[in-house]
Ligand binder design. Structure first.
Ligand code: 13P
Length: 254
């Protein structure tokens, strides 16, 4: 299965800086690597149009993801951005349920489930994030916690609608902390989640990818990316540095 590497730029870079970083990353990529690895960048809403213009005019093979989407399709929802609007900008992926949205913006499972549905209706692949806090990890209750996030967030999805899905394990204690989860931790959770998802009506072995995020860097990328169980990575901090991000991409053994 083709590995995927997503750079989540979070709340960083204006649109001019974003273009510069895109060009720097693209310039440093080995030839045709995008044919073997799916490379996706997730900038702020304000940069999407600019990046999309560069990508389509220069025929870059880098794809775009949003970091968020409205749970509503249209209407009187000040400040929201819809999946339909994103689709017009040739967005292929959309991050939903990131822990920063769950914890800092009180996004609950019900809202996340609506967002997943809006993306699917617009043919945008959801990058559905889940993961436990340090409390659940320490108390050993993380399996229950994660099972609930998966069941609620992906509730009611229909097989005929779900073309592709990315499921991203992002343990909160590993995000932005420099403390990467061990390969054993990641594989244990992804195996557990694959088992839950394999029983869902929308399950399709070939079209669901299971990835990891949390302090991924050039130092740990090789071990993570070359595990057969892990289909890719979601990179935060290190994706803001072209050299580091490209070194992570190069860590995939082709
Ligand atoms: P860091 O790579 O900075 O830990 O962030 C991970 C993340 O939240 C990606 O979505």
């Amino acid at each position: 299965m083709k590995k995927i590497i997503i750079g989540n730029w979070k709340l960083n870079l204006d649109h001019l800086e974003a273009i510069q970083l895109l060009q720097k990353i693209n310039y440093s990529l080995p030839d045709n690597i995008e044919d073997k690895i799916e490379i996706i960048l997730s900038p702020s809403f304000t940069s999407i149009r600019s990046l999309q213009t560069v990508i389509s005019s220069d025929k870059l093979k880098i794809k775009l993801s949003s970091q968020n989407v409205s749970q509503f399709s249209s209407g009187a929802y000040t400040g929201e951005v819809s999946a339909t609007q994103l689709k017009k900008l040739e967005i292929d992926y959309g991050i939903v349920g990131h822990s920063e949205r769950r914890t800092l913006f009180n996004e609950i499972d019900l809202v996340i489930n609506d967002k997943v549905n809006r993306l699917i209706e617009n043919d945008i692949v959801p990058v559905f994030c889940f993961g436990e806090r340090i409390e659940e990890r320490k108390s050993g209750s993380y399996f229950n916690f994660i099972e609930n996030q998966i069941n609620e967030g992906l509730k009611g999805l229909r097989k005929d609608k779900v073309n592709k899905l990315v499921v991203a394990y992002e343990p909160i204690w590993a995000i932005g902390t420099g403390e990467v989860a061990s390969l054993e931790n990641i594989v244990e959770v992804l195996d557990f989640v694959k088992n839950i998802i394999s029983k869902k009506p929308f399950f399709n072995e070939d079209n669901i990818k299971f990835i990891y995020g949390g302090s991924v860097s050039p130092d740990n990328a090789q071990e993570i990316l070359n595990s057969k169980i892990i289909d890719g990575v979601l990179v935060g901090g290190a994706s803001l540095d072209a050299t580091k991000f490209v070194d992570i991409i190069k860590a995939v053994e082709l």
